[in-house]
Design a protein around this ligand. Structure first.
Ligand SMILES: [Zn+2]
Length: 127
């Protein structure tokens, strides 16, 4: 990923975020879901993969506060919270989160604009 590129990404995951959709891949052969783009199903090896829109609901399985930005683009955001969320559909996805988000919290996906892109951010859901 180049920070200087101005070419819009055609990637379904990134393009989905631009439209407020959190997408994941599901194997058409065995039904397993995955969020990291692969050429084949990590479970059964099938290449029959399709993109689906998730509800965005999930549970936080890991959370950390980032104090050092990985690039200039993220420097204005620090400190920020990153979480790994297990979606209700099964796959796990990494995203930003509201400060104070902890493991076990139930969250819903949303997006926020940064550097002309939509980034994934999870907010706590009411119990
Ligand atoms: Zn499969």
């Amino acid at each position: 990923m180049s920070a200087t590129s101005t070419t819009p990404s055609p990637h379904p995951f990134t393009a989905g975020l631009d439209h407020g959709l959190l997408r994941y891949q599901r194997c058409e052969s065995c039904g397993r879901a995955q969020t990291l783009t692969r050429l084949a199903c990590a479970h059964c090896g099938s290449e029959h993969l399709a993109w689906h829109a998730a509800t965005g609901h999930g549970t936080v399985v890991a959370a950390s506060v980032v104090n050092r930005a990985p690039s200039d683009a993220f420097r204005p955001l620090v400190p920020y919270t990153l979480v790994l969320v297990e979606l209700d559909e099964g796959p796990r996805v990494m995203g930003h989160a509201m400060p104070g988000t902890e493991i076990g919290d139930t969250v819903k996906a949303g997006t926020f604009a940064h550097e002309q892109r939509q980034l994934l951010r999870f907010s706590p859901t009411a119990h």
